[in-house]
Design a protein around this ligand. Structure first.
Ligand SMILES: Nc1nc2c(ncn2[C@@H]2O[C@H](COP(=O)(O)OP(=O)(O)O)[C@@H](O)[C@H]2O)c(=O)[nH]1
Ligand SMILES: [Mg+2]
Length: 430
């Protein structure tokens, strides 16, 4: 807007304006014209003021230290049906990440000291644990992901802190060397994300993202799986697409014809299921996914609804198999060749489009499946029934970063009325 004003300033004044100014300057007693221009000025100023007032939430404050005014800020997009507690969690995270003074703030640095090849879902779950620890210890989270994602993090997702993301860190101490991180006065605590999963009990489990702080405990009255809801709030804060990612997704939506009503399916194959030491799950045949889709369609379809199916997978053969075997559905997908881990745009596009669908079928042995289910919670008042796993049935949380280990939730109660009702009140994420 300022740029536009500057440009306008350099333009020669139109003749009409010069004429009217000359009338004033030459002292013509044109009271009506003067009154008219005063009134016009009042109207324009009022409109401009109203515009600023209504857009205030989106305008960066120019006086906040360290914030680049051209970058977007973390924003909370309210879902009219959801609990007011979601906004309270968002405000808590946001105010912790964006203190008014970056110099007096304390920091938590999360980093990977070796060249790891974590996938996107694993990485985000690790960072989520860092974020919940940062909030619980009142520290600004900085991420040093250069060893895992050379340049993509800031390109695709906003840094956790809008104001102090690049503030220089001093007096850095290892997280594990500090007995009580909540009380520590050290300027910067550093978490080296450990290689491999922790199996043992952790003294810092209270800082884990699935722990619901007592002030948000009443969410249990509104959501069947409070732990899922809690993790989802951190994920919602963390996954804030930059303009680059938003534009990319918008282009993909147009290109592939992504449209409602739509069901999302993630078929994880590749390294996850390949025989060998890296195998982490059994291969799930496509029929298992399609059976779950058929069940959902039967429960929710009216005469008018014809669902499309958005397929995300790291296996190039899945789409052909689906199209040849299940001709009653229209399958769409983004790009089966773009599954490399160093490029965040394709996988984040798949994840965010899966999150925007009306129902999700995937595998909870995959971090991608879990992440999609977590992201989707912001679409619903209680989204615990709006996804189905074809392998491990329960939502769970793997642990990293010294905060605990595997935890599984109970099975939610999902009669078809619940599915229909949540489907009716769903709100978009992007
Ligand atoms: N674009 C794309 N990449 C995928 C897909 N499924 C898996 N990948 C790739 O595989 C990685 C797996 O990520 P990870 O977090 O380790 O999930 P997990 O191994 O399934 O638990 C992703 O980061 C992608 O690089 C998919 O559907 N689309
Ligand atoms: Mg993996």
């Amino acid at each position: 807007m300022f740029k536009l004003l500057e440009l306008n300033h350099q333009k020669p004044l139109p003749d009409r304006l010069i004429d009217s100014d000359m009338i004033m300057i030459s002292g013509t007693n044109d009271t009506q014209s003067w009154l008219f221009r005063r009134a016009l000025c009042v109207v324009i100023c009022t409109c401009f003021g109203l515009f600023l007032w209504t857009h205030n939430n989106h305008l960066p404050s120019p006086i906040v230290e360290g914030h680049n005014k051209w970058f977007p800020w973390h924003t909370f997009t309210p879902n009219p049906e959801e609990s007011h507690l979601a906004k309270e969690v968002f405000d808590l995270i946001n105010s912790t990440m964006n203190p008014t003074n970056c110099t007096s703030a304390k920091y938590l640095l999360c980093e990977w000291t070796w060249h790891a090849t974590w996938g996107m879902g694993s990485l985000i779950h690790q960072i989520t644990a860092c974020l919940s620890a940062a909030v619980a210890t009142n520290r600004v989270l900085q991420i040093n992901s250069t060893n895992v994602s050379p340049d993509s993090w800031g390109n695709a997702l906003l840094s956790p802190s809008d104001t102090c993301a690049n503030h220089p860190l001093k007096d850095v101490q290892n997280w594990t060397a500090v007995k009580n991180p909540e009380a520590s006065l050290v300027n910067t605590l550093k978490i080296n994300v450990p290689h491999g999963k922790l199996k043992e009990w952790s003294p810092h489990e209270a800082l884990h993202p699935y722990k619901v702080p007592s002030r948000f405990a009443s969410i249990a009255l509104e959501h069947q799986l409070p732990e899922l809801w809690m993790v989802a709030q951190y994920i919602r804060y963390l996954i804030q697409p930059t303009e680059v990612l938003k534009q990319h997704i918008s282009d993909v939506v147009t290109k592939i014809g992504f449209r409602r009503p739509i069901i999302g399916v993630h078929v994880r194959r590749g390294d996850k299921v390949a025989p060998g030491p890296l195998k982490e799950a059994d291969l799930t045949p496509l029929t298992k996914y399609m059976n779950e889709i058929d069940k959902f369609v039967l429960q929710t379809q009216t005469n008018k609804t014809r669902y499309a199916i958005f397929v995300a997978t790291d296996d190039v053969h899945v789409l052909n198999e689906a199209r040849n075997t299940y001709e009653q559905y229209t399958f769409i997908r983004y790009d089966s060749n773009q599954t490399i881990r160093t490029n965040f745009l394709p996988i984040l596009t798949d994840i965010l489009l899966l999150a925007e669908t009306d129902y999700f079928v995937g595998t909870f042995t995959s971090n991608i499946g879990l992440l999609v289910h977590e992201l989707r919670q912001q679409r619903y008042k209680d989204g615990s029934c709006m996804a189905k796993s074809t392998d491990f049935p329960l939502y769970h949380y793997f642990m990293c970063c010294y905060f605990g280990y595997f935890r599984a939730t109970k099975s939610p109660n999902c009669p078809s009325e619940v599915l229909k009702e949540q489907n009716r009140i769903a709100s978009p994420i992007l």
